[in-house]
Design a protein around this ligand. Structure first.
Ligand SMILES: CC(C)(COP(=O)(O)OP(=O)(O)OC[C@H]1O[C@@H](n2cnc3c(N)ncnc32)[C@H](O)[C@@H]1OP(=O)(O)O)[C@@H](O)C(=O)NCCC(=O)NCCS
Length: 147
């Protein structure tokens, strides 16, 4: 999944995925994510449909901060059937169950598909900031919702 997503141009364009991960680099990335999971900072999942087809990934980070942040990316063939929205709603429900009052997500300005997911999952845009992505400054929109 890491290799496939990092070979998907719009995933690289709109997320922090590096382009063109090989298997070793992907395994190293997963190892770092496992460390963050063990520290209680983040949780990251692969998404499957009921037939066992892998759809993409989702997760929740900043669990050590006041407001955790969800994230998601789908393989192109898995889009257009609400999988990202369902994943976000499941993560919001989990955040509620562990006592988080609000959840955030960030989109790079211009990511219309992800903005649709944010709105459909009940988030509203609460501001913007400039952060670095792939070594370049990008404008991010911050979306939040009450759990
Ligand atoms: C964001 C993402 C997960 C959405 O997947 P999805 O929910 O299956 O989304 P869809 O392809 O069905 O598109 C969602 C909506 O955006 C619309 N949309 C898609 N691409 C669009 C575009 N380029 N411009 C405008 N609208 C667009 C779709 O028409 C759809 O509208 P609807 O709500 O009226 O049905 C998927 O596009 C993706 O993985 N993108 C790359 C990674 C990414 O951006 N991750 C999020 C980082 S914040």
């Amino acid at each position: 999944m890491e290799v496939a997503l990092s070979a998907t141009p719009d995933v690289v364009a709109w997320t922090y995925y590096p382009a063109g991960l090989d298997e070793q680099a992907a395994r190293e990335r997963i190892g770092r994510q496992r460390q963050r999971a063990a520290q209680g900072i983040a949780r990251r999942y692969v998404l499957w449909d009921a037939a066992g087809t892998e759809l993409g990934t989702c997760g929740i980070g900043a669990l050590d901060a006041a407001e955790p942040e969800v994230f998601y990316a789908l393989l192109p063939a898995a889009r257009g059937r609400g999988a990202a929205t369902s994943a976000v709603l499941a993560l919001v429900e989990w955040a509620r169950s562990v006592g988080c009052a609000t959840v955030a997500l960030k989109t790079i300005e211009g990511n219309a598909a992800s903005e649709r997911v944010a709105r459909r999952a009940g988030f509203t845009c609460s501001g913007g900031s400039v952060e670095e992505q792939h070594g370049r400054p990008v404008r991010l929109l911050r979306w939040t919702r009450v759990t």
